[in-house]
Write a protein that binds this ligand. Structure first.
Ligand SMILES: Nc1ncnc2c1ncn2[C@@H]1O[C@H](COP(=O)(O)OP(=O)(O)O)[C@@H](O)[C@H]1O
Ligand SMILES: [Mg+2]
Length: 199
């Protein structure tokens, strides 16, 4: 079967850079079999960070709704409407992402989007599973972040759908900055004729 080749956009957020976790985190994606096809070290502008997070206005409300759901589950009373709350989260995210250097890269491989999300772990570090980037390398929570009026420091972003990855790759990379190349490892990962590996 032909493999389902996908590209996904990953950002190591300013907390990952500040904590010297670049190598540790990138190593995990290399190790699993994904291929780095573009990479840069950049201090994002506020506009770039906003463009990355807000693909359309509905996204702000959706983010607010997810936050309200989470808060209700934890027994926290919510006074703000979804739009106000979503806007507040976006403002904090934009401030955080543009606060210092980040590492942006594109990974390619079989079902790269979901494989990468699996390695990244769920959004709130308090909940993310052991073995994931967010579960293994940090300890932040929404409650702590909200209390300090800041974005949750969860180290990493990874695209969550094919639409998002296409959009986000465009935010961070020009087409000529993305390199399609053969990697010797591709053969053992994808070649249908594994029996002939020693030919
Ligand atoms: N309920 C929330 N409270 C505070 N920040 C949030 C909340 N939900 C999401 N965020 C922040 O917004 C970012 C984007 O949200 P989302 O796309 O839902 O998560 P993910 O980064 O896991 O894809 C998250 O990485 C996190 O920094
Ligand atoms: Mg997301």
């Amino acid at each position: 079967m032909k493999f389902q080749k996908e590209k996904t956009l990953v950002l190591l957020k300013p907390d990952a850079v500040q904590r010297n976790l670049i190598g540790e985190i990138i190593g995990r994606f290399e190790r699993v079999g994904l291929k780095i096809i573009a990479m840069k070290f950049v201090v994002p502008t506020k506009d770039q960070a906003f463009k990355h997070y807000v693909k359309n206005d509905a996204e702000i409300v959706a983010l607010g709704n997810r936050s309200i759901e989470g808060k209700k589950k934890s027994g926290i009373e919510v006074k703000e409407d979804p739009k106000t709350l979503g806007q507040q989260i976006i403002d904090r995210l934009v401030r955080f992402l543009s606060s210092g250097p980040v590492v942006a890269f594109v990974l390619e491989g079989n079902q790269a989007i979901s494989i990468t999300r699996k390695l990244v772990g769920s959004t709130e570090p308090l909940q993310s599973a052991v073995g994931t980037v967010r579960g293994d390398y940090t300890i932040d929570s929404y409650t702590l972040a909200d209390n300090d009026n800041r974005a949750v420091r969860n180290l990493i972003h990874a695209s969550s759908s094919q639409f998002d990855s296409g959009y986000e790759i465009d935010v961070w990379f020009k087409p000529e900055e993305i390199y399609s190349y053969n990697n010797v490892r591709d053969r053992i990962l994808y070649d249908v004729n594994l029996d002939n590996i020693n030919d």
